[in-house]
Design a protein around this ligand. Sequence first.
Ligand code: FE
Length: 359
Amino acid sequence: MNLPKVFKSLLAGTLLTIGLAGCGPTSSNTEDKAASTPTTAKNQEVNVYTARHYEVDQELFNKFTEATGIKVNVVKGEAEELIERLKREGESTQADLFVTVDGGVLANAKQNDILQPVTSETIDKNVPKNLRDADNNWIGLATRARIIAYSKDRVSPDQLSTYEDLTSDKWKGKLLVRSSTSLYNQSLLASFIELNGEEKAEQWAKGIVNNFARQPDGGDRDQAKAIAAGTGDVAIMNTYYVGLLANSKDPEEVKVANNIGVFFPNQETNGTHVNISGMGLTKHSKNKENAIKLIEYMTSVEAQEFLSAHNYEFPVNANAKKPELLNSWGDFKMQELNFDTLGEHNKKAIEIFNKTGWK
Ligand code: FE
């Protein structure tokens, strides 16, 4: 049979729910019954469009299914492509939840009118206000900081201070960072546009390009590897990649992680850049109750601790314990800005990158 994957999994979900309806718990007490099977058979699923590419998300979806019997059907894609798809599908969409990295993309999804507000006391309790959309059109799932990684052999942390300092002459030919096509860099620069203005943001980008150890190449992990290989001394990268390297099955990657230190810049000024992943209930969700249950689960202490322990992102739930490695980095001051601004300045950021020759 040549059915598209999503349709197949939807079909499987339907079959599963038919099965469940026939063998639910028998109880003579109707109240009990209502409490244990609050949804009708056809609602025992939730459909997720996700732009996050981490294994841990699927593991959490599986745990959610185990706990609730609600099947999670997943469609993966690029964020922009999924937003376009949701717009195109309109009322007929199967999607209940949109999940992505990047606050700018989340703001963009809201602006495109593909999301709707979520009302849940549990979610409001799980996630602090600054890590949710003002109208609960999206809810934070995890955060990561974009830090300076440095060679423990060649750099002492007291030589480091701010993102701005990375443009000074002392780092000439020593700075590593990935391409400007990465949303991570676009949002970093967008945050500088918001906090320092366009002119300073452009000066910064120019200064960074001047100090490149090489033309941008590879992802965040490759910058850490290039430090270990001696290509450069400092790199701009996301914290969770340091965690993934440190806990890799590949001993070479563990060695790379042992070679680098993590420095949180701008602690004396406006804080380290932090970006967020989030989940939004789609405007035309057909399984709204289940979708909200999934958001409640994903933001619970249990799920947040699992996510942080396996993907090394920071939990959004303040009661969730962080893994030892994240604790070892210590607390830090994060940039205080509305995540919406990352989306607002995205175009300008790309323009500046092009102008300053940051590939
Ligand atoms: Fe990533």
